[in-house]
Design a binder for this molecule. Sequence first.
Ligand SMILES: Cc1cc2nc3c(=O)[nH]c(=O)nc-3n(C[C@H](O)[C@H](O)[C@H](O)COP(=O)(O)O)c2cc1C
Length: 355
Amino acid sequence: MPEHSNPHNLIESINSTSEAIDTKQINESNSSLPAHRFCVAPLLDCTDRHARYFLRLLTKRSFLYTEMITTGALIHGDREGFLAYNQEEHPVALQLGGSEPKHMQQCTQMAYDSGYDEVNINVGCPSDRVQRGMFGACLMKEADMVADCVNEMKQVPIPITIKSRIGVDDHDSYEQLVEFVSKTSQAGCQTFIIHARKAWLKGLSPKQNREVPPLNYPRVYQLKQDFPELEIIINGGITEFGEINDHLTRVDGVMLGREAYHNPFMLAEVDNRVFGESGPTVSRQAVVEQMIPYIETQVAQGVRLKHMTRHILGLFRGIPGARLWRRHLSENAHKPEASVKLLTEALKLVDSSTT
Ligand SMILES: Cc1cc2nc3c(=O)[nH]c(=O)nc-3n(C[C@H](O)[C@H](O)[C@H](O)COP(=O)(O)O)c2cc1C
């Protein structure tokens, strides 16, 4: 197990379900705010360990999630590679795709041994590949199977959480959602992250499934009212602090995916505006300066520069020079002679008054 301050201390704070906290209280009791109050979503091909290291420079308090990793990949593939992360990333959850209880337990043990803070079960991904493997969103119709997984996984002393939709196909009534949450919470899951739209398993691509089915936030609020003892995190289409604080009056936490990844500097305000901290906000320039030694170390270990620079393209979004920053990195990072100097050069192209 890697060395770090005991991540399993988090178990208690994660398991102690909080009531939705009025935003007025934020400044009074920030240290007691639940760890899931703000989460960055698992995004396949995006939230790898380099992206998470970068995101952590912007926000110390947000809960980070790995991309979905299948039980098959962990059991038969490059286990060490899939489990690797930087100690700076805590709190960080490993998201698992799978549905075979013993395999889920085996992988949960690996996550625990590696020092992850939580294991999250993917019950939201609608891709064909995932359906064939019998995991992801199709499991919303298989509450007993997911409950069996939770039962096995909780033999390992690490919090087990679920990320789901509000329904799939015609299996989308509130009663069916309640049945799913009842069975899996009775098995031992206390935290549910709910993407507030259903998924169509046939006919829509994964991308369409993140845009076409309408968002239904009230359904998630209702779930919190009906299960006040559970920690309910809302996800889907959230982009602004006004919305975030509004959701936080009704549920325990919010999870942002695309906005956090494509407009990462918004995360620089999360610790103050969502967790009630009062420290100075990190500058974009400081973030770049902190990425440089990290990238240097990783390059020395054989990681390709472009595999890291691709995550920081959005850092200057919305300010003068943002396009030049993006272009300089994306047009040069793949070149064999490219080095970390690229970041310093790109920084000079951005309006210095805004960094
Ligand atoms: C590129 C991409 C990859 C995704 N990969 C995952 C994944 O690995 N696991 C998962 O549970 N959800 C995944 N999702 C769904 C997101 O976690 C999130 O639920 C969804 O994007 C809605 O949140 P948002 O509107 O804040 O982006 C992915 C979404 C995107 C855009």
